[in-house]
Design a protein around this ligand. Structure first.
Ligand SMILES: [Zn+2]
Length: 117
């Protein structure tokens, strides 16, 4: 069985890894301090990663306004879901807003447009 996680959590992990990559690249620039051009390039690339992560965080903020707050039937916590099917942020319980899909095996492809009627 594939492991799923809540979409927002996934995007958050992605944004966080962008920050780490940015810092690693910038740190890598220190090793080229004898060459100001290389160091500048490393610093700019690192900065771009950090800017990208800011954009992703901003995107999460935008997405959060579209989420639906529901009480998870499994852990009884209030969780947010995005799209037609998503996972509980706490216990990874599959959730759906569509009664047609209730009880069916969780599949992220239900979120794609071509599967909609
Ligand atoms: Zn839950």
């Amino acid at each position: 069985m594939r492991k799923y996680s809540s979409k927002i959590n996934k995007i958050r992990t992605f944004a966080l890894s962008l920050i780490f990559i940015g810092f690693i690249v910038m740190y890598g620039g220190i090793f080229f301090r004898k060459s100001p051009i290389l160091m500048t390039i490393f610093m700019i690339i690192g900065l771009l990663f950090i800017i990208a992560s800011t954009v992703v965080y901003f995107w999460i903020g935008m997405l959060s306004t579209k989420t639906v707050q529901i009480v998870c039937p499994n852990c009884k916590k209030v969780t947010k879901m995005l799209g037609r099917v998503d996972m509980c942020m706490y216990c990874n319980e599959p959730l759906t807003l569509d009664p047609e899909l209730e009880g069916k095996e969780f599949d992220e492809k239900y979120n794609r447009k071509r599967n909609r009627k």
